[in-house]
Design a protein. Structure first.
Length: 370
């Protein structure tokens, strides 16, 4: 199957995303073309990546002075302290701005590697090679970088676009089902916020995606990337339209912070929970119908994903999330700003969606019952 290319372009940046099997084979020629003055390459690599994947990458970097910087990818390591440590290593190796950093791993690795690239000597060449489904359809696209703080998730960061993104589906072969579900959550989200036809396609093909069937998987990744790029190319710095991509994430980030970023629940599972809670809130606000909510629930039920939201079908569990909502990036004036749903394929972001914690607490019983 031929590699798929998607081109990103906004007012100041342009780069290509290649999707398919063995896209890593494109790397040597792309480095020569995009980074012709590069002599040193630092690979920030997830420690959990199988050794044979690292060897595949290493073979593609012959002729360069290459440093592999192992990174234990977890939310606690997604920090300023770890960023500082990586920066010191790069400085000790004396990489120049014309050299290259490669992020090789999942979303956390990509977020940290791109953040490091954005601030090292005020910006160094960066290429992203995401190895999880979540990173391939979400965090590797759009130029968001960042780390966590004790106040919340992704509150420290920058916008910095890569020179290239290589999405190689052969790296998904060793990915556990739980991590496939994690990435699928973002694919489903993209369909819900933008494309009813794609949503209907997912109704029939979700099982094939989770089972890593090549044709369906590559199509879903490509379609998901195209939807994300629609929003990012029009609003790179997240002033308005790009906020749509946060559908379900206000609750999801609260779930993650409340659980102290526990490995028991992935980011994707939190997003699956958050999308149902946001959809319920949309029904409460009379923005969308119960029929739309049930249509979304059915795709969960048909694929045994309803475990993600059942816990939040009672007031007590929703109330536990409320204190963790106050630091969400979209908030202002002390009010929580939700991305809400009108219908599958159409969302709304307006001042009418803002609500105080006090008012939200008063309606959680109603939301839980939907």
């Amino acid at each position: 199957m031929k590699n798929q290319e998607i081109k990103f372009q906004n007012k100041s940046d342009r780069y290509s995303i290649f999707i398919g099997e063995n896209t890593i084979n494109l790397l040597p020629n792309k480095i020569k073309t995009l980074c012709p003055e590069t002599k040193k390459i630092a690979v920030i690599v997830d420690k959990n990546i199988p050794s044979n994947y690292k060897q595949r990458l290493k073979k593609k970097l012959k002729g360069y002075e290459v440093y592999f910087l192992p990174f234990l990818a977890n939310e606690k390591n997604k920090s300023l302290a770890k960023t500082y440590s990586l920066l010191n290593i790069l400085l000790s190796k004396n990489l120049n701005r014309s050299d290259l950093i490669i992020g090789f791993g999942g979303g956390i690795t990509g977020d940290v590697a791109s953040f490091v690239a954005s601030i090292y000597k005020r910006g160094i060449n960066f290429i992203n090679i995401p190895t999880t489904l979540l990173a391939q359809v979400d965090s590797s696209i759009g130029g968001k970088t960042g780390v966590n703080s004790r106040h919340g998730k992704n509150l420290i960061g920058s916008f910095y676009q890569p020179k290239l993104v290589l999405i190689d589906t052969t790296f998904l072969e060793s990915l556990p089902r739980k991590q496939m579900i994690c990435g699928y959550a973002e694919i489903l989200k993209h369909s819900i916020i933008k494309d009813k036809i794609f949503f209907n396609w997912l109704k029939k093909n979700t099982k094939l995606i989770l089972d890593k069937k090549k044709r369906e998987l590559i199509y879903a990744i490509k379609k998901s990337c195209q939807i994300k790029m629609f929003f990012v190319s029009r609003d790179t710095n997240e002033k308005n339209l790009r906020m749509t991509l946060n559908f379900g994430h206000t609750f999801a980030h609260a779930i993650e912070v409340k659980n102290n970023y526990s490995k028991k629940s992935t980011h994707g599972e939190a997003v699956l929970s958050g999308m149902i809670l946001a959809s319920k809130f949309s029904v409460y606000k009379k923005l969308c119908s119960s029929k739309t909510l049930n249509e979304i629930k059915n795709i969960y039920i048909q694929n045994n994903l309803d475990y993600t939201y059942k816990k939040y079908s009672n007031k007590e569990e929703i109330d536990k999330l409320l204190p963790f909502l106050k630091n969400d990036k979209k908030n202002n004036d002390g009010r929580i700003n939700f991305i809400l749903l009108k219908n599958v394929g159409k969302t709304t972001l307006s001042n009418q969606n803002k609500i105080s914690l006090k008012d939200l607490r008063s309606i959680t019983q109603t939301i839980a019952q939907y």
